[in-house]
Design a protein around this ligand. Structure first.
Ligand code: PLP
Length: 405
C-alpha cells in the first residue's frame, strides 16, 4: 500500500456520542455516511455508528444504501440488534426504485414522479408494505425539495390518495446554518414552519421532522436552531431529528463571522470533536540535492542550499491537492515526519510528491509519513487549497480503503 487511511473507531464513536448528548435524547442524530463516509469509508463508519446506537444513517443514493445495508448485515456485532434505517438523501432516478423498495431504504422525495416510480416498484413486487418516504421542502436552497405553496399543497393532496405510500418524514436543509444570526436561516425556518402547517392541514402525520446539519448541533445553544427544530416537530406531533455529517468525522465549518461569534457557539462541542481520519504513506526514496537544483515540474522550487529530499508515492491522483505545492515564492503544505513538519517542495504531481527532510535526522526509505493526522488537518489542506474540509476528505483516493484502529 502506497498510502492508507486509518480510521479511529473510538473517535468516531466519541464524536457521535458528543453530538447525541448535545442534541438530547428526544432528538436523535441521523449519522450521515454519504459520499463513502466523507471519504472515510462508508462500510467501516456505518458499522461503528450502528453499534454506537445510530437509529438512522444517511447515504447518497440507492447503490450506496444497498452497500451499507450489506455491510451491516454481515456485521457480527449487529446480529440480533435493530438495524438503523437508511435515508437516501441525494435524490433518485427511475431505475433506483426497485432497489429502494426491495431493500427497504427510505428515499428523500419531492416530486410526484419519484413517488410514482416507487409505487410502480412496490406493485411489481406485489407486497402490501407501504413504502415510506421523506418529503423534502425547498425552503430556500433551490436544489432539492418541493416549493411551499400551491406545489406543496397539490403534492400533499395527491399523497393523501396514495395509501401505498407512507409519509414517514418531512425535512428541509439549511444553506447557512453555520452563519451566526443568518437572515437566510431565519427565512428558511419560517418557510418550513408554514410547510409543516400545510402538512398538518392535509391531515398527514409524519413520524419524523428533521432539518439541519452538523452546524445546527455544534453552534448550539447560540443559534437556537436545535431548539426551534424540536418545537416545530413536537407541535406537529412528530419526533425531531437532526442530521450530522462533518462533525461526526471531527471537523466543523468555520463560523462566520469569526471571532466574537465563535465564542458564542458552544466551545464544548467544537472543542470536543476529534478528527477521525489519519492518512499515511511511506517514503519511497531519499536524495541529497545541491544548491541550485530544480525540484519537480517547471522547476518552481530551486534549492537555495544543499537539501535532503524525500520522495512520497502520493499525488493529486490520490487526493493530495496540487495547491499544496511549494515554490520559492509561495510556501505550500507539509507532511509530518517523526512528528516534525516537512514542507512540500516543488509541484505535487500525479503520483509523486517531494518533501524537505533536511532538518530531520535519521530519515530512511520506508519510514512512515503522516499526510493527514497529528500535526496536519483537513482544515490545513483546505486553507491552502482555498476550499473546505469536506472537499479534502471526500477527495481522498487512498487505495486499500480504510484500516481499523
Ligand atoms: C450532507 C448533508 C447533511 C450533513 O451535513 P454536514 O454539514 O456534513 O453535517 C445533512 N443533510 C443533508 C440533506 C445533507 O445532504
Amino acid at each position: 500500500m502506497k498510502s492508507w487511511l486509518e480510521i479511529s473507531e473510538a473517535r468516531l464513536a466519541a464524536n457521535y456520542a458528543l453530538l447525541r448528548a448535545v442534541a438530547g435524547a428526544e432528538t436523535p442524530v441521523l449519522a450521515v455516511v454519504k459520499a463513502n463516509g466523507y471519504g472515510h469509508g462508508a462500510v467501516v463508519c456505518s458499522g461503528v455508528l450502528a453499534r454506537a446506537g445510530a437509529e438512522w444513517l444517511g447515504v447518497t443514493d440507492a447503490a450506496e444504501g444497498d452497500c451499507v445495508l450489506r455491510a451491516l448485515g454481515g456485521d457480527a456485532e449487529m446480529k440480533g440488534r435493530g438495524q438503523p434505517k437508511i435515508l437516501v438523501m441525494s435524490g433518485m432516478l427511475a431505475e433506483d426504485a426497485d432497489v429502494i423498495v426491495r431493500r427497504g431504504l427510505v428515499p428523500v422525495v419531492w416530486t410526484r414522479e419519484q413517488m410514482e416510480w416507487l409505487l410502480g416498484a412496490a406493485a411489481r413486487r406485489g407486497d402490501a408494505v407501504r413504502v415510506p418516504v421523506h418529503l423534502e421542502i425547498d425552503t430556500g436552497m433551490s436544489r432539492q425539495g418541493v416549493t411551499p405553496g400551491l406545489e406543496l399543497d397539490g403534492l400533499l393532496e395527491w399523497l393523501k390518495g396514495r395509501p401505498e405510500l407512507r409519509l414517514d418524514g418531512v425535512m428541509t436543509h439549511f444553506a447557512s446554518a453555520e452563519v451566526a444570526g443568518s437572515a437566510q436561516t431565519r427565512g428558511q425556518r419560517e418557510s418550513f414552519e408554514r410547510a409543516i402547517g400545510a402538512v398538518e392541514r392535509a391531515g398527514l402525520r409524519p413520524d419524523w421532522v428533521h432539518a439541519g446539519n452538523s452546524s445546527v448541533v455544534d453552534t448550539e445553544p447560540g443559534e437556537g436552531n436545535l431548539a426551534w427544530l424540536r418545537a416545530v416537530a413536537l407541535r406537529a406531533g412528530a419526533r425531531p431529528m437532526v442530521r450530522a455529517g462533518l462533525a461526526l468525522y471531527g471537523y466543523c465549518l468555520p463560523v462566520c463571522p469569526p471571532g466574537e461569534a465563535a465564542d458564542a457557539f458552544a466551545p464544548a462541542v467544537r472543542g470536543g470533536l476529534r478528527p477521525v481520519l489519519g492518512w499515511k504513506t511511506r517514503i519511497l526514496s531519499l536524495r541529497e540535492v545541491p544548491a541550485g537544483a530544480a525540484i519537480g515540474y517547471n522547476g518552481t522550487f530551486v534549492a537555495a542550499d544543499a537539501m535532503r529530499i524525500a520522495l512520497l508515492p502520493v499525488g493529486y491522483a490520490d487526493g493530495l491537492r496540487r495547491e499544496l505545492s511549494g515554490s520559492n515564492s509561495v510556501p505550500g503544505g507539509w507532511a509530518m515526519v517523526q512528528g516534525r513538519r516537512a514542507p512540500i517542495v516543488g509541484r505535487v504531481s500525479m503520483n509523486l510528491t517531494t518533501i524537505d527532510v533536511s532538518g530531520i535526522a535519521g530519515v530512511e526509505a520506508g519510514d512512515e509519513v503522516t499526510l493527514l493526522g497529528d500535526g496536519i488537518t483537513a482544515d490545513d489542506h483546505a486553507g491552502i487549497a482555498g476550499t473546505i474540509a469536506y472537499e479534502i476528505v471526500c477527495g481522498l483516493r487512498a487505495p486499500g480503503c480504510a484500516v481499523r484502529r
